[in-house]
Design a protein around this ligand. Structure first.
Ligand code: PLP
Length: 389
């Protein structure tokens, strides 16, 4: 088992972040961290929970009022037919949720199909759980979607799970209802296959587009394990709160053991914050979304004047996944995505090299547009000067 951990790598994003943190006034476009503070009513609920001495051990799968609030939210906001709180597992954020799922689902050597590119941590979480990663390309010319024929061909008897993420990190691609219906038709031909649907960015979606949960499609709930987090919707990244939905009782039993023996549940007061988040005013979601959309527009208007960087304006998440123009070379002659990230880093602009998200990401660089506008403006100004020279 220790040898498995040796095969797991620290994220490339962390390497860039470590370098950035040593700099004076860098532009923080490397990581997907909302710039907003936790909304006041959520903070107050956490403080109140502390005053009320909700500081003792709690049920490791999550406190009942939170699990019940999640059932209601999943039914009403996501149209996922969760029956009751036994189909909900509360976790320490989306990262922990994904580990708990893969650890409970996979036998050693089981294959998991993941989009290429995809959020860096996914591949390591699968390896940590003994699984084998198999990549299915997303194509920029298809709006960062799968080619259905390629997806169908990638599924073999060894495939245990298929990972989906919409809105998508790193491309910002959004799958619409018709895309999900097509995917549902393919996966339902393989009832042994579990679909893990990571919906971390359910609320970070623009231009009036609708977020659709795969599990809400007819017949899909039994095959889909849905993952949500409070990190992006409510700017609660540091508080660590997420949840899993599945009607599979055996999987739920296994996940309960993994949660019990890895963390014994989520901090009690954070869970009270989660209740306030789900049952309180939802204004912050629209406020954050409006500001993220404005930042996206500001960023894309800015790079329109930089021919070295080109990209499709994304409909979701808060990333710009932009193509490095053919012919660009760093002063040392390299021209790959790491060379671009290192080149930008020297000018104090944070980014993530596309290749860390998968081979399909080579030739691209990812900027997070979740940072404050002054960072975006400063980074754009710096890049305009850098690429003009
Ligand atoms: N899923 C995706 C696609 C993400 O980008 C992230 C974080 O960046 C997460 C899940 C997990 O977030 P957290 O562990 O903060 O809930």
């Amino acid at each position: 088992m220790a040898e498995i951990i040796d095969r797991v790598e620290f994220s490339g994003i962390v390497k860039v972040r470590d370098a950035i943190l040593k700099m004076d006034k860098p532009y923080r476009l490397e990581s997907g961290e909302p710039s907003f503070d936790v909304p006041k009513h959520i903070k107050e609920a956490i403080v109140q929970a502390l005053h009320d001495n909700h500081t003792h051990y709690v049920a490791s799968a999550g406190i009942a009022p939170l699990r019940n609030a999640i059932v209601k939210k999943a039914n009403q906001a996501n149209a996922i037919p969760v029956q009751n709180a036994n189909e909900v597992m509360v976790t320490n954020g989306g990262m922990h949720a994904l580990y708990v799922i893969f650890r409970s689902l996979l036998e050693e050597g089981d294959e998991v199909l993941i989009p290429d590119p995809t959020w860096t941590c996914v591949q390591e979480l699968i390896k940590l759980a003994g699984g084998v990663v198999k990549r299915v390309p997303l194509h920029e010319e298809l709006g960062w979607r799968f080619d259905p024929a390629e997806l169908r061909a990638a599924i073999t008897p060894k495939t245990r799970a298929f990972m989906l993420n919409s809105p998508h990190n790193p491309t910002g691609g959004v799958l619409h209802r018709a895309d999900l219906e097509q995917i549902a038709a393919i996966v339902s031909e393989h009832p042994h296959l579990a679909v893990v649907s990571d919906e971390a960015y359910e609320h970070v979606i623009y231009d009036g587009a609708e977020h659709v949960s795969l599990a809400s499609l007819p017949g899909m709930y039994r095959q889909v394990i849905s993952v949500f987090t409070m990190s992006k919707s409510y700017a609660m990244t540091g508080l660590r709160l997420g949840y899993i939905l599945t009607p599979d009782a055996l999987l739920m039993d296994r996940m309960a053991k993994v949660v019990l023996y890895t963390s014994n549940g989520v901090s009690s007061i954070t869970q009270y914050g989660g209740i306030a988040a789900l049952t309180g005013p939802q204004d912050c979601i629209a406020e954050f979304r409006t500001e993220y959309q404005a930042r996206r527009d500001l960023f894309y208007a800015g790079i329109a004047g930089i021919p070295t960087l080109r990209g499709q304006v994304p409909q979701g998440a808060f990333y710009a996944f932009v193509k490095i123009a053919d012919g660009w070379q760093a002063p040392d002659g390299r021209s790959d995505s790491w060379a671009m990230t290192e080149y930008l880093l020297k000018a104090r602009v944070g980014s993530s090299p596309g290749v860390i998200f998968g081979p399909q990401g080579e030739g691209y660089v990812r900027f997070s547009t979740a940072c404050v506008r002054s960072d975006l403006i400063g980074a754009l100004h710096t890049m305009r000067e850098l690429f003009a020279s």
